[in-house]
Design a protein. Structure first.
Length: 290
């Protein structure tokens, strides 16, 4: 019997070791199994990223935290005579990114499994850096963005999507409140590695300015999150995510059943002709390398 080879964990900064373990473990496996669903959830933000990036046909683009490569492929369709490199910690997601890029017939993409905080990029090797909700997880953001800045040519552009604070993201508030089942859950801290790592605009300005960027702009972007075609579809997707498992993990069987039923009802309440839509808020962050 052939034993599956476990995903390779790249050399990482010690501060990013937990992220590397998660994205090469259960978290990465979850996303690699359902990339279309995860990407569809925030798809309404994609056009904002491309507008902010202002990619030219011959640009060399770096996609930080590229995941399964949706933003890499979108950039490659614009940089038709240039090249787009996706970098990520996750072997499962990069395997999916490579497969999808090849299936799309793209010859101007490549993918690297590495920690962007310490990876030895070619100095001034890129014209544009983009990130679609993928640059919020660095253990040392100043070190990471300083390293990324060195990879950009002077005057090169940075464009990123990141989530605003939890209090402005109704989709997460509703889900947390419903699955808490009366428990008091700790809030994910702003500025810590995770979904809210770049949620404070003052922190974003401080980090990027200290990292060698100028003309930093943080633009409010409000688009709903799409969880499924209808309530049952949305429930079937979300109930399989790591977020749902984590929130339900501490409940006994009866409380878990009650919380799951409540979640199903809440999703039904947010069903529209365009699917199950929940309020969300992100930032479009742009800057220029000094």
């Amino acid at each position: 019997m052939t034993v599956p080879t476990p995903p390779q964990i790249p050399v990482v900064d010690a501060l990013n070791a937990d992220q590397a373990s998660a994205w090469n473990g259960e978290e990465g496996a979850d996303w690699a199994a359902m990339p279309d669903r995860y990407e569809a959830a925030s798809a309404r933000y994609d056009a904002h990223l491309l507008v902010g990036a202002r990619i030219a046909p011959d640009d060399r683009v770096l996609d930080v935290g590229c995941g399964a490569g949706i933003s890499t492929r979108a950039a490659a369709l614009v940089a038709v005579t240039g090249h787009v490199t996706g970098i990520d910690l996750s072997a499962p997601l990069l395997a999916e990114a490579r497969r999808r890029s090849e299936a799309a017939g793209l010859t101007n993409t490549s993918f690297v499994q590495a920690d962007a905080q310490i990876h030895p990029f070619e100095p001034e090797g890129y014209d544009v850096v983009i990130s679609r909700f993928g640059a919020m997880f660095f253990g040392d953001p100043v070190a990471a963005f300083s390293n990324i800045a060195r990879a950009l040519r002077p005057g090169g552009r940075l464009a990123m999507l990141a989530w605003q604070p939890l209090a402005r993201n109704d989709w997460l508030l509703l889900i947390r409140r419903t699955l808490a089942a009366g428990r008091s859950l700790p809030e994910p801290p702003s500025g810590a590695p995770g979904p809210f790592g770049l949620s404070d605009p003052d922190d974003v300005h401080r980090i990027l300015t200290a990292s060698g960027f100028e003309a930093v702009d943080v633009m409010d972007v409000r688009e709903p999150v799409w969880l499924g075609a209808d309530a049952e579809d949305a429930f079937g997707f979300f109930s399989r995510t790591g977020v749902a498992r984590g929130l339900l993990g501490g409940l006994d069987e009866q409380a878990r059943g009650t919380a799951v039923a409540a979640l199903r009802d809440q999703l039904a309440d947010h069903a529209t002709p365009d699917g199950v839509l929940l309020g969300a808020a992100g930032w479009l962050i742009t800057a220029r390398r000094r």
